[in-house]
Write a protein that binds this ligand. Structure first.
Ligand SMILES: [Zn+2]
Length: 455
């Protein structure tokens, strides 16, 4: 039995049902699970391991990233893709991605996870939907186990290439039987639906414009034959995406997914920038989740998701950094700030999203979207996933009025401590589970080989 006490927390942001913010707070952890949450003087005074934060840190639940493509770390800021909308951006990048290798998938996953963990993320999903050469989803699962991040792995897929009216090149699509076989293999090998699970599986055909209606239906049936396996795809990302749906299927994106059974509490869709009012009502009624990716939506000029209307309708929403080729970073703290700013500018409403609500989307919101009841807030019986941020940083000087709102309003870049399942993975701003310097060098070398292969 290993115990951990974190004490003298300046402000403990629990995000619990009462949204308590506890001054001089403390957490007591046993075997990776929170046992007590409260005021320092009321908690045990000793533990196997003690971290005294000397009243200089804010602690909050670990952030939850609901949408990403780790491999895109290797194609950040590609010149031909810097100023394109979604379809042009994809067509520019597909040929580069066709040179990915198993080693590239593994290393980019480590690099993305490192950047996420340093910015406070403790749980991430990832959506890997192309498997050229020797790439497999096993590569990124191995990386995430090594770096120690809680992970929702998505077996993505593309099966409709250009010759059949899809967007990707034929060389990047897979046979549908093979996709389903590999999906089953991955679920049987890795999926863990237990409480505090570090790895759960999702089936995730890439988008309506790259897979068939059959594969969407078959994937849903396969996922639903296992407890806790979820469904995910891209939906209604921009106006061209909606036009494709109307022309190809004669349905809006929301009508299309409803007709396929791709709504429900076990489904979450990325983007939904162009989801119409009936789609919003349907998602709220069916408890279908959304991964809101504000930075990517701004970067690609996709538009602004009607966040406030969706929240008012009761839609379940988390945040996602989206792939690193359209963000071009993996910083969850920045994403929460982007969500606040985009909501305000798109609504011309300075109260469209508060700083605390932005933090809530990044924590509780993301946990709900991933179907988790053991992460997202700090309370007894929850996983010990939390981060600490020093308040003596330059950007917080003068922000003692409201240090919690300052986490978003003053643009926080990184965390000082991070614990995942009670294990310290960031210590005084440094990752404990990987050598960041050599990882950056390896990532740069792999990006260089992609550049050479396509030049
Ligand atoms: Zn995406």
């Amino acid at each position: 039995m290993a115990t951990l006490l974190v004490k003298n927390i300046h402000t403990l942001v629990t995000m619990d049902d009462q949204r308590r913010e506890i001054k001089n707070g403390a957490l007591f952890v046993r075997d990776g699970v929170l046992e007590q949450v409260g005021i320092t003087r009321e908690l045990p005074v000793a533990a196997d391991s003690v971290l005294d934060l000397h009243d200089r840190y804010v602690v909050l639940p670990g952030l939850v990233n609901t949408h990403h493509h780790f491999y895109q770390v290797l194609t950040r800021a590609v010149p031909g893709a810097q100023d394109c909308e979604l379809f042009g951006w994809l067509k520019t990048l597909y040929p580069i991605w066709s040179n990915l290798t198993s080693e590239a998938i593994y290393t980019s996953a480590l690099m993305a996870a490192a950047e996420l963990m340093l910015s406070g993320c403790t749980t991430s999903s990832d959506h890997l939907y192309l498997f050229p050469n020797d790439c497999t989803l096993d590569d990124e699962i191995r990386a995430m186990r090594e770096i120690g991040m809680r992970f929702h792995a998505s077996r993505g897929s593309m099966s409709v290439g250009v010759s059949r009216g899809g967007l990707p090149p034929d060389s990047l699509v897979e046979d549908e039987n093979r996709i389903l076989q590999d999906s089953r293999r991955l679920i049987e090998t890795y999926h863990d639906n237990s409480r505090h699970s570090m790895l759960r599986m999702t089936l995730a055909p890439c988008s309506p414009f790259s897979v068939s209606t059959d594969l969407m239906k078959e994937s849903a049936a396969l996922a639903r034959s296992y407890a806790g396996v979820r469904l995910h795809t891209h939906l209604a990302e921009n106006e061209l995406d909606v036009r494709y749906s109307l022309e190809k299927f004669g349905q809006t994106p929301s009508q299309y997914v409803e007709s396929l059974g791709w709504t429900g509490s076990d489904v979450w869709h990325a983007h939904c920038v162009q989801l119409d009012d009936s789609g919003i009502r349907s998602f709220a009624q069916t408890r279908t989740g959304i991964a809101h990716c504000p930075t990517s939506n701004m970067r690609l000029g996709s538009g602004a998701m009607p966040l406030r209307r969706m929240l008012e309708a009761g839609v379940s929403i988390g945040l996602g950094v989206d792939g690193t080729a359209s963000n071009d970073s993996c910083n969850m703290l920045h994403e929460a700030r982007s969500a606040l700013l985009l909501a305000r500018v798109s609504e011309k409403n300075s109260a469209a999203l508060t700083a605390r609500k932005a933090l809530e989307l990044a924590t509780r919101g993301g946990a709900a979207v991933l179907g988790r009841d053991d992460i997202g807030f700090l309370a007894p019986r929850m996983s010990a996933d939390f981060v600490a941020i020093n308040i003596d940083r330059p950007q917080f000087a003068g922000a003692d009025w409201d240090i919690v709102a300052a986490l978003i309003l003053c643009q926080t870049d990184s965390v000082d401590y991070s614990f995942i399942q009670g294990k310290k993975v960031v210590d005084q701003g440094h990752l404990t589970t990987c050598d960041l310097g050599s990882l950056i060098e390896k990532t740069k070398a792999l990006a260089a080989s992609l550049r050479h292969a396509t030049s």
